[in-house]
Design a protein around this ligand. Structure first.
Ligand code: NAP
Length: 299
């Protein structure tokens, strides 16, 4: 009897997140074929993890039952799945694609419709948790798709995450992800502003963060980003330009629906300014540079 668990996976996109997620799939025993735009990264990964190396997404898909994508945005997902030498060129009918990139629901639905004409299924499964959680396999993964496709994707997702939520039909994982990231950006900006007020008042910042962490003003962004902001340490866990992409996508969806999100619009402007100042590839903790400029003080 055929195992219901897909055992051969093509992984496309070995960046900060993809390399760590693919490593967990390998550790979980899935047979992996990897492809990355910059081939050297795929070669290094294949050597370290004993994965097969593909020259193109099509070649990776031809060797696999499931294709996981972890690239940056909608045009890139479209390119690697549906473009020249894209995964569908190597796909057999019934192939399941799991897109873990954050690309928004509109692009997801468009890509899903195009894949369906090739008999290929799509689940959107964006992730949250950043590189440390990608590393230890404890990501939160929010998925969209039919129940049948989600059930097929689940064992793959469980190897990469600890909380797996089926949010609804195709695209709903993406919408949940965009709202979550917009909230994270808003919270990060608020943490930076609070630190600057405290600094101006001459308050001890250790005392402040200790109290806030135990109080109603606490947030994951306080926990994760107050330290890097205070140290001006922007070692990249999540790029400023990617956070800006996500907030823009969220605002675009809201605009199309007539659903305002004013605080996200404010966060977008802070992130735009940080990108304009050259911090696009740095961690989004760098938004403190913009807030410091406005406040006229440095932490
Ligand atoms: P990253 O480190 O910049 O990696 C991006 C990946 O996409 C690399 O493999 C890159 O290949 C590939 N890529 C870029 N342009 C491409 C193109 N034109 N065609 C094909 N492949 C291309 O980004 P990341 O942090 O891993 O993020 C990946 C996705 O996860 C994004 O959608 C991001 O918003 C989302 N995400 C990130 C985090 C996080 O904390 N980092 C958390 C949750 C979700 P090269 O190696 O050739 O550049």
């Amino acid at each position: 009897m055929m195992s219901p668990v897909p055992d051969r996976i093509a992984f496309l996109g070995l960046g900060i997140m993809g390399s760590r997620m693919a490593a967990n799939l390998s550790r979980a025993g899935f047979a992996l074929t990897v492809w990355n735009r910059t081939r050297a990264k795929a070669e290094a990964f294949a050597t370290e993890h004993g994965a097969a190396l593909a020259d193109t997404p099509a070649q990776a898909a031809a060797a696999s039952d499931v294709v996981v994508t972890m690239v940056v945005d909608g045009p890139q997902v479209e390119q690697v799945l549906l473009g020249a030498a894209g995964a569908v060129e190597g796909a057999r009918p019934g192939l399941l694609c799991i897109d873990c990139s954050t690309i928004g629901p509109t692009a997801t639905r468009t890509i899903g419709e195009a894949l369906a004409t090739h008999g290929v299924h799509l689940v959107d499964a964006p992730v949250t948790g950043s590189s440390p959680k990608a590393q230890d396999g404890s990501l939160t993964i929010m998925a969209g798709g039919t129940t049948g496709d989600f059930d097929r994707a689940r064992p793959v997702l469980e190897a990469m995450g600890s909380l797996i939520v089926h949010a609804g039909p195709l695209g709903h994982g993406q919408m949940v992800k965009l709202i979550n990231n917009a909230l994270a950006a808003i919270n990060a900006a608020a943490v930076g502003e609070a630190l600057l007020v405290a600094k101006r008042a001459g308050v001890d910042l250790d005392a402040l963060t200790k109290v806030v962490a135990a109080g109603a003003g606490s947030s994951t962004m306080l926990e994760l980003k107050a330290g890097p902001m205070r140290n001006h340490d922007y070692a990249t866990l999540f790029k400023t330009e990617h956070m800006l992409k996500d907030v823009n996508l969220c605002l675009g969806e809201g605009k199309a629906l007539g659903a305002p999100f004013p605080s996200a619009a404010y966060a977008r402007e802070i992130l735009t300014a940080a990108t304009g100042r050259g911090y696009g590839e740095d961690d989004f903790a760098a938004l403190i540079e913009v807030l410091e400029g406005t406040a006229g003080i440095r932490l």
